[in-house]
Write a protein that binds this ligand. Structure first.
Ligand code: HEM
Length: 197
């Protein structure tokens, strides 16, 4: 059971299907990304830095998606072309929690299962289901990977806001960027044909 009561949030829910990746696969992937214990420590430092800035960070990200028509389309009803406001709002709450989870860097089997579910939630196999909406049914994989860049770059000013030394800000930012790419890669699994991931 999860201790976070946000509708649709399922990290730690034992009913989620297990990830097809093992913890060893995860360790190999982290090694490929140069993600080490120093990065996990830097993310935990970042947790303290960002935990009271979530709304401001989400304002920046939602501002970007909201002002980019080809991205806003995935939150919109294909029949009307209009954004589905309750959908945007519901996802925003889980997005805020995702920032904190990313900074906790507690990457275990429950976390891997949750990553697989978040991947499905972007893919046609699971999108819209959590919030019961009729938005565009699938986020293309190319945008999944492209969004790593804005989600990484825009975090830096928030990491620099609490008076840490430049080297600490750099370390937190590098760790954040690796952690976002790690997850975007894991979320691509449902997009790839069996055996190719
Ligand atoms: C690095 C890339 C991305 C990150 C870090 C990210 C992050 C997230 C997070 C944390 C959630 C909430 C998951 C949940 O708890 O249910 C989410 C859901 C969602 N994201 Fe992304 N996302 C990425 C790429 C994209 C792209 C490119 C789009 C296109 C606009 C997009 C559109 C959506 C939509 C529509 C949902 C709701 C899915 C559903 O129906 O459950 N995401 N994303």
């Amino acid at each position: 059971m999860t201790s976070v009561s946000i509708p649709g949030y399922r990290l730690g829910d034992a009913a989620l299907p297990a990830s097809p990746l093992s913890l060893e696969d995860l360790a190999d992937l982290k090694a490929s990304l140069l993600f080490g214990d120093d990065d996990a420590a830097a993310l935990r430092m970042a947790h303290e830095v960002v935990k009271d800035q979530l709304e401001a960070i989400l304002d920046v990200w939602y501002g970007f998606v909201g002002s980019t028509p080809h991205l806003l389309a995935y939150f919109s009803d294909p029949a009307t072309g209009q954004p589905v406001k309750p959908y945007l709002d519901a996802v925003r709450k889980r997005f805020g929690q995702w920032i904190l989870d990313t900074c906790r860097a507690d990457y275990n089997e429950a976390w891997l299962a949750w990553q697989d579910e978040i991947g499905r939630r972007h893919h046609r196999s699971g999108k819209n289901r959590t919030d019961g909406v009729c938005a565009v049914p699938h986020v293309p994989m190319r945008h999944m990977l492209a969004l790593v860049m804005p989600i990484s770059v825009t975090m830096k000013p928030f990491l620099a806001k609490k008076g840490h030394a430049p080297a600490q800000v750099e370390a937190m930012h590098a760790a954040w960027s690796k952690a976002v790419l790690l997850q975007a890669i894991l979320w691509c699994r449902p997009y790839v044909k069996e055996g190719d991931f």
